[in-house]
Design a protein around this ligand. Structure first.
Ligand code: SF4
Length: 972
C-alpha cells in the first residue's frame, strides 16, 4: 500500500493565510502572532512601565536571547534587560528560535524567579560539619578548585581514573562536558537517562540505530502518543505546538495513557489500558495492518532486514519476500484484538476502530513514546519497539507527517579541540551484567559501592539530585555519608537540593540566563542550533564593556561551567605534563587559557554550515550573530536520509555482502554537514559500512549492523535475548499475574506541566500554581477503601510506605493509582529552599529509615515581598524513597511502576510520612539483578558490549575487551 505523498500541509496553510494578508513574524518562527518585538529594535525596545500606571512611563530594554534551562526542550528566551539598571526584568519567547518559535511554557518566563530567588546559592560553600548536617562555611573558588583538582590529579597520576565521576541530571548542552572528561582520560560520565528515557530509546535503537524519534506532528494525518506531550515530555513545548498544528489541519490524535492527562483530554481516541499492556495493543494494530495488507509492501521489502531474518530463523524456507510476508502473517496472528483486550482491558471493538484510524494515515503517521510506559514497565523498551513497528509497516519513516530518526533533525557542531576517546572502562556505570543497557546504570551506584565494586575519590553531582530523584534514596544517603565510599562529593547546582546537603562542596552554577551552552534537538524536520548565554555579559558587550569572567556579571559568585571546567582542568595539569591542559588552551595564543569567546567563535566559524555567510550578510561575525539572535536554522526539510544515494566520494573498493550491506575503503567524510551516525562494525577486510544496495542502487540506509531497519535484531539474539529479537510483548512486573493479592500498580512516572524535578522549585510563580501531588484513585477503588478526596491514605511498596492525600477521580483506570514524581521536596533544617521544601525530621534505626514532616512551607521575609505572601503550606510527598531499584535486564531502565497496597492511613500517620528499609531494598536489587544476562556468559565475541550501540563518551575499542572472557556457552 503506497499512499501518494501530499504537499507540506503546514506550508500550504501558511500560504493561504499569507494570501489573506495576515502577518507572520518574518524570522524562523514564522508564527502568526505579530506580538514579537522586531529584531531590528532589540537594542532599544520601549515598553510602558505597568507599575507606573496611570503615568505613561517608558522603560527602555535591551533584548538579549538565551535558552531556557528548565527542561530538555531548550526553547529560546528573550531577556528584557533594563538599559538603565542592567537588570533582567522578564523573559519572553524568542521568535528567532526555529524550535520553540517564540513560544514557551510557564517554566520559561519563570526563569526570572530563579534569577532573583532569595534562597539561591550565591557563593561556593564547604561543609563545616558532618555530611548531611547542613553546616556550611563560605570558601573561595580558588580554595575549592585547588582541593578538587589535587584529588583528581592524584587519581589520574595513580592510575585510578575510574575514581572520578561526573553525574549529570539535566545536561542542557551537547558534548562540552563529555569533551572535558575525555581530555582527563576518565570514563567518568554518568547520567540520569536510565531513570528517564532509556527504555524508550532502546526500542528505537534496535530498529534504526538511532535512539530517539522525531515525529513530524504538524504534517501528520494521525498522531499516536504514548506520552503526554501536550503538557510535558521530550520536547514538550516545541512538540505540543506542532501536535496542535496537526490537529488544526485535521489530524486525528490517539493517546494511550492510563491517566486522563492533558494530552488525553485533547485526543480523539483516549485509551486507558492496564499499565504495561501497551505493546499488546500496538501489536494488535500491527496485526490488523499485516493481515489486511494495509502496510507499505515496497517500503518493507526495501528497508527491512527480512532476508537476514529468513536466512537465520527460517532456513528451510526460501529467502524471498513473499515467503517472508507469509511468515510475518503467522508471526503476529495471535495478536488479535481479543488478545489485546484480555491484556489491556480496552474493548476489542475500540481497538479495531483505532486500528482503522492508524491504517487511514498511511505514511502520515507520527508517533512518540517517551518515558511513560517505556519507563514504567519490565520490558517497557518493547513499547517503543512495537510502536515504531507501525511506522515501519506504513512507511511512515522520514517522510512528511511521519517519524524521523532524531539524528537527522539534530546538529552537533565540532568543538575547537577533540580529545581522544578514554581508554578505560568504568564498571560502576557500565557493569558486566547489563551489556545492552542504553545508558549508565546510574541508579544502581549505591548498591555497587556497597558491593565493593569500586570507590569514588571525586563525585560530581551536576544539576542533579540523586537522593531525591532516584528510587531507593535512603541507600544514596547511606553511601553519600560514607567517606570510605565517596571521598569527595562536589555538588554543582544553581539551587539547593536534597543531595547537596550531603556534599563536601556546594558550588553555585548559573541558571538559563547565566551560562553558555549549545544544543540542538529534534523538534521537527529541520536542523537548528541554539545558543545559551549569560545575558548580562552580552548586554555589557553591546554597551562596549568587556567582560572577562562570567562571575563579573552573574549574581554573587555564580559561575558558568564552561569557564569553571577550563580553570579546573588547568589546575589538574598546571604544567601540561599530563597531556590534559592542551585541550583547554587557546589556539590563538598557545599556552594561555581558552576563552568562551574563542571556543564558540571557532565553532560557529568553522563548524556550522551557512552560519558564517548568514552572519556576514548582516555585517556580523558568526559569534556576534549567535549572541544577537540566540539560534540558527541550518536546514529545513532534511527528508529521507535512508533513501539518499551514497556519494561518489565515499565509493572506493566497495564490497557488497550477499544481504546487500555495502562496505567501502573511502574514509569517512569530515566536515560540518555530515549527519552524525554511530558506527557499525567494519567487514573482515577493514572496510567501513557505507550503505545498502537496493534494486541496484547504493543507498545510505540506517546505521544498524544490517544497514536496514532491524525488524529482526541479530544483536539481541547473539547477546542472549533470542526471545526478544522481534518486536514483541513482554508482560510487565505489574501485570496482574505478577501482583500479590491486594496489590495494585502505582504509576509514578508523570510530570506536572509547570514543575521540573529539582530545578523549578525556586520559581515562585510555578510553586504557587503546583505544590502538591495527591494520589489519583478511581471512585470504584475509593469506594472499596472507604476513602474520599482529601483523606490520608497509606501507600505500601515492597520496601516501605508513604502517606499522601487521596484525589478521587474518574481520570484514572480502575484498579490503578497514580502519583506525580514532581513533588515532595524536603530539607532537614533551615538551609534550603523555603518556598517549596517542607522541613522534615530524618530518622534511622539500622536499615530502617523514616522521614516525617515537621513543618510545611511558610511565608517569610526577604528582599522579595512576595515571599511574605506565600499562602500554601504543601510541598507534596516524596514517594521515590519508598521504591526499590528495578533494572530492566535488557535496556537497563529502572522500571518505575510499583506494586503497592493502598489503605486508609493508620492512627498516628501524618501527611508526608515516608519510611523504607534499605535491607529490603538491597534484597530487591539482588532479585532484579538475577534477571540479568551478563556479558561474561553471554557475550558472543569477548566484548563488553556491542560496539555499534550508542554510548555517551564511548571509550576506544580496546576498552571493550572483556578481561578473562572465555566462551562459556556455545555461540548463538
Ligand atoms: S521548560 Fe518550557 S519553555 Fe523551558 S525549555 Fe522546557 S518547554 Fe521550553
Amino acid at each position: 500500500m503506497a499512499s501518494p505523498r501530499k504537499t507540506d500541509r503546514v506550508s500550504a496553510s501558511r500560504s493561504a493565510t499569507e494570501a489573506r494578508g495576515e502577518t507572520f513574524y518574518p524570522g524562523p518562527s514564522r508564527t502568526q502572532l505579530a506580538a514579537y518585538p522586531p529584531k531590528e529594535r532589540w537594542d532599544d525596545w520601549v515598553e510602558l512601565d505597568s507599575r507606573a500606571w496611570p503615568q505613561r512611563v517608558e522603560r527602555h530594554y535591551m533584548l538579549v536571547p538565551t535558552t531556557c534551562f528548565n527542561c530538555e526542550s531548550a526553547c529560546g528566551l528573550l531577556a528584557y534587560v533594563d538599559r538603565e539598571t542592567l537588570e533582567v526584568k522578564k523573559f519572553e519567547g524568542n521568535p528567532e528560535h526555529p524550535g520553540s518559535r517564540g513560544r514557551n511554557c510557564a517554566k520559561g518566563p519563570a526563569t526570572v524567579n530563579q534569577v532573583s530567588d532569595p534562597d539561591r546559592i550565591l557563593y561556593p560553600l564547604k561543609r563545616a560539619g558532618k555530611r548531611g548536617e547542613n553546616r556550611w562555611e563560605r570558601v573561595s573558588w580558588n580554595e575549592a578548585l585547588d582541593d578538587v583538582a589535587a584529588r583528581i590529579r592524584r587519581a589520574i597520576v595513580e592510575k585510578r581514573p575510574n575514581d572520578v565521576m561526573y553525574h549529570v541530571g539535566r545536561p542542557g548542552e551537547d558534548g562540552y562536558t563529555e569533551r572535558v572528561l575525555a581530555a582527563w582520560g576518565v570514563d567518568g560520565h554518568n547520567s540520569h537517562t536510565n531513570i528517564c528515557s532509556s527504555g524508550g530509546r532502546a526500542g528505537y535503537q534496535y530498529w534504526m540505530g538511532y535512539d530517539r524519534p522525531s515525529p513530524d506532528h504538524a504534517n501528520a494525518d494521525v498522531i499516536l502518543l504514548i506520552s503526554s506531550h501536550l503538557e510535558s515530555g521530550h520536547y514538550f513545548n516545541p512538540h505540543a505546538q506542532r501536535v496542535m498544528e496537526g490537529k488544526k489541519n485535521g489530524a486525528k490524535l490517539i493517546v494511550i495513557d492510563v491517566r486522563l492527562s492533558n494530552s488525553a483530554t485533547h485526543a480523539d481516541h483516549w485509551l486507558a489500558p492496564w499499565p504495561g499492556s501497551e505493546a499488546a495493543i500496538l501489536l494488535a494494530i500491527a496485526n490488523h495492518l499485516i493481515q489486511n495488507d494495509l502496510y507499505d509492501r515496497e517500503f518493507v521489502r526495501r528497508f527491512w532486514n527480512w532476508r537476514e531474518f529468513m536466512e537465520e530463523e527460517r532456513p528451510a524456507e526460501p529467502p524471498t519476500f513473499e515467503a517472508f510476508e507469509r511468515t510475518l502473517r503467522g508471526l503476529y496472528a495471535t495478536y488479535t484484538f481479543a488478545f489485546a483486550e484480555r491484556e489491556s482491558g480496552v474493548s476489542a471493538a475500540v481497538l479495531a476502530e483505532v486500528a482503522e484510524v492508524v491504517a487511514s494515515a498511511g505514511p502520515r503517521l507520527s508517533t512518540h513514546n517517551w518515558r511513560s510506559a517505556a519507563a514504567g514497565n519490565l520490558g517497557g523498551w518493547q513499547v517503543s519497539r512495537t510502536l515504531f513497528l507501525l511506522n515501519a509497516l506504513t512507511g511512515a519513516v522520514g517522510v512528511p507527517g511521519g517519524t524521523f530518526p532524531n539524528s537527522w533533525n539534530k546538529f552537533v557542531p565540532r568543538p575547537i579541540h577533540t580529545p581522544p576517546h578514554p581508554r578505560v572502562w568504568n564498571e560502576l556505570t557500565w557493569p558486566q551484567e547489563f551489556p545492552l543497557s542504553m545508558n549508565e546504570m546510574s541508579f544502581l551506584l549505591p548498591q555497587f559501592l556497597k558491593d565493593g565494586r569500586g570507590r569514588l575519590e571525586v563525585y560530581f553531582s551536576r544539576v542533579y539530585n540523586p537522593v531525591w530523584t532516584n528510587p531507593d534514596g535512603f541507600s544514596w544517603i547511606e553511601v553519600l555519608t560514607d567517606e570510605s565510599k565517596i571521598g569527595l562529593h562536589v555538588a554543582l547546582t544553581p539551587t539547593w537540593n536534597e543531595s547537596a546537603s550531603f556534599a563536601d562542596y556546594v558550588l553555585p552554577v548559573g541558571v538559563g540566563s547565566e551560562r553558555h551552552d549549545v544544543h540542538s534537538y529534534e523538534t521537527h524536520d529541520a536542523q537548528w542550533l541554539g545558543f545559551r548565554q549569560p545575558v548580562l555579559r552580552e548586554a555589557r558587550g553591546r554597551l562596549g564593556q568587556a567582560v572577562k569572567d562570567t562571575r563579573e556579571v552573574n549574581p554573587g559568585e555564580v559561575w558558568e561551567e564552561n569557564e569553571l571546567w577550563i580553570e579546573l582542568s588547568f589546575r589538574i595539569d598546571p604544567d601540561g605534563s599530563l597531556g590534559i591542559r592542551r585541550f583547554f588552551e587557546s589556539k590563538k595564543a598557545p599556552g594561555e587559557k581558552l576563552t568562551v569567546d574563542e571556543y564558540y567563535g571557532w565553532m560557529f566559524e568553522n563548524s556550522v554550515p551557512g552560519l558564517p555567510e548568514k552572519a556576514k550578510a548582516e555585517g556580523l561575525s558568526p559569534l556576534e550573530y549567535m549572541r544577537r539572535y540566540g539560534s540558527f536554522e541550518i536546514s529545513r526539510k532534511v527528508g529521507a536520509q535512508h533513501e539518499a544515494e551514497v556519494p561518489e566520494a565515499e565509493i572506493e573498493d566497495v564490497y557488497v555482502d550477499p544481504r546487500g550491506r555495502a562496505y567501502t575503503r573511502a574514509p569517512k567524510p569530515s566536515g560540518p554537514n555530515v549527519v552524525p551516525v554511530p558506527s557499525p562494525d567494519p567487514d573482515d577486510q577493514g572496510r567501513r559500512p557505507v550503505g545498502i544496495e537496493i534494486d541496484g542502487a547504493l543507498r545510505r540506509g540506517f546505521p544498524t549492523p544490517s544497514g536496514r531497519l532491524e525488524f529482526y535484531s541479530s544483536t539481541l539474539k547473539r547477546w542472549g535475548w533470542q526471545e526478544y529479537a522481534l518486536p514483541t510483548y513482554i508482560r510487565s512486573h505489574v501485570h496482574p499475574e505478577n501482583l500479590a493479592a491486594g496489590e495494585m500498580p502505582l504509576i509514578p512516572t508523570f510530570r506536572l506541566p509547570v514543575q521540573i524535578h529539582t530545578r523549578s522549585a525556586n520559581a515562585k510563580w510555578l510553586d504557587e500554581i503546583a505544590h502538591t501531588n495527591p494520589l489519583w484513585l478511581h471512585p470504584q477503588d475509593a469506594g472499596r477503601l472507604g476513602v474520599a478526596t482529601g483523606d490520608l491514605v497509606r501507600v505500601e511498596t515492597r520496601i516501605g510506605h508513604f502517606v499522601v492525600k487521596a484525589w478521587v477521580t474518574e481520570g484514572i483506570r480502575p484498579g490503578v493509582v497514580a502519583c506525580s514524581h514532581h513533588m515532595g521536596r524536603w530539607k532537614t533544617g533551615d538551609v534550603g529552599q523555603r518556598q517549596m521544601m517542607a522541613t522534615v525530621a530524618l530518622g534511622r534505626d539500622g536499615t530502617a529509615w523514616g522521614l516525617r514532616r515537621v513543618k510545611g512551607v511558610e511565608p517569610f521575609a526577604s528582599k522579595d515581598p512576595d515571599t511574605g505572601r506565600i499562602w500554601w503550606t504543601d510541598a507534596g510527598v516524596h514517594q521515590n524513597l519508598t521504591f526499590p531499584v528495578q533494572p530492566d535486564p535488557v535496556s537497563g531502565m529502572h522500571c518505575w511502576h510499583q506494586a503497592v497496597r493502598v489503605r486508609r492511613a493508620e492512627p498516628g500517620d501524618r501527611y508526608g510520612d515516608v519510611s523504607a528499609d534499605t535491607a529490603k531494598a538491597r534484597k530487591a536489587y539482588e532479585e532484579w539483578l538475577s534477571r540479568a544476562r551478563p556479558a561474561v556468559l553471554y557475550s558472543p565475541d569477548g566484548t563488553r558490549r556491542p560496539y555499534w550501540l550508542l554510548r555517551p563518551l564511548k571509550p576506544g575499542r580496546e576498552a571493550f575487551a572483556l578481561p578473562g572472557w572465555q566462551p562459556l556457552r556455545p555461540k548463538a
